[in-house]
Design a protein around this ligand. Structure first.
Ligand SMILES: *Cc1c(COP(=O)(O)O)cnc(C)c1O
Length: 232
């Protein structure tokens, strides 16, 4: 099997999972977009994916993302930055990203806005919300109690567009209840910001639960590209 055939088969399988999850939740499969997470995989895979109809790709490390976005600039893809962001890199990330999904603290907002403005673009921003129980060892994401203030700050920047929320299910917990909490948080955000309709949730292992709880975008890596090398 060529790499292209392998990616095509995996894409078909993931699209079938999304469609099935939509059918089971009474949703229209057209409502759920696929962001293929290409981190650790070469630009040649990104090009093959674009040729197979993929429109959106996700990356989580600035240098790798920047290089691949430049190498594939002619492929017409939307680049989603989904990784931990340092404030001193935020302006640079805004220059090549179409969507930054991992905004989880106020300190990132001004540099992102500045980067988007100097790139002459309006950048879509998702606020990453933590689904960890309060007090748990904290992974990325703003606590739901602090979401409102952060969302206001993003919405107040003319070069940013508050598009919605992103979340990752906590480790060691069933994803269903976590995504149910996320749906609640999202309903509260939509009450203040009805235009912030994007909900990016669900990965290779839990996309069905995310679709069931309203995800508009799933971020799928290993189920399409295969296992990533272990990071040391
Ligand atoms: C790597 C990554 C994904 C994709 O994970 P898979 O399990 O490989 O599908 C999704 N979201 C984020 C934030 C990631 O870092």
């Amino acid at each position: 099997m060529t790499r292209r055939e392998q990616l095509a088969a995996n894409l078909d399988a993931v699209r079938a999972r999304i469609d099935q999850a939509c059918v089971e939740s009474g949703r229209d499969p057209g409502e759920v977009g696929l962001v293929v997470v290409t981190k650790f995989f070469p630009a040649s895979d990104v090009r093959l994916l674009a040729g197979l109809g993929v429109t959106d790709v996700g990356e989580n490390r600035h240098q790798e993302a920047q290089a691949k976005a430049a190498e594939c600039a002619d492929a017409g893809l939307r680049w989603h930055f989904i990784g931990g962001l340092q404030s001193n890199k935020a302006a640079a990330v805004a220059a090549y990203s179409d969507v930054v999904e991992s905004v989880d603290r106020p300190k990132l907002v001004a540099p992102l806005a500045r980067g988007a403005q100097s790139a002459g673009r309006r950048l879509d921003v998702l606020v990453q919300v933590s689904l960890d129980p309060p007090g748990a060892a904290h992974r990325a994401g703003v606590a739901p109690a602090a979401l409102r203030g952060l969302a206001e700050q993003v919405a107040g920047e003319p070069s940013l567009r508050l598009a919605g929320l992103m979340a990752v299910a906590p480790l060691g917990e069933e994803p269903g209840p976590a995504f149910a909490r996320l749906a609640q948080v999202r309903a509260e955000l939509l009450a203040d910001h009805p235009e912030a309709t994007v909900l990016s949730a669900g990965m290779s292992g839990d996309l069905e639960a995310a679709v069931q709880h309203g995800a508009t975008h799933v971020r799928v890596g290993s189920a399409i590209l295969g296992p990533r090398p272990e990071v040391l």
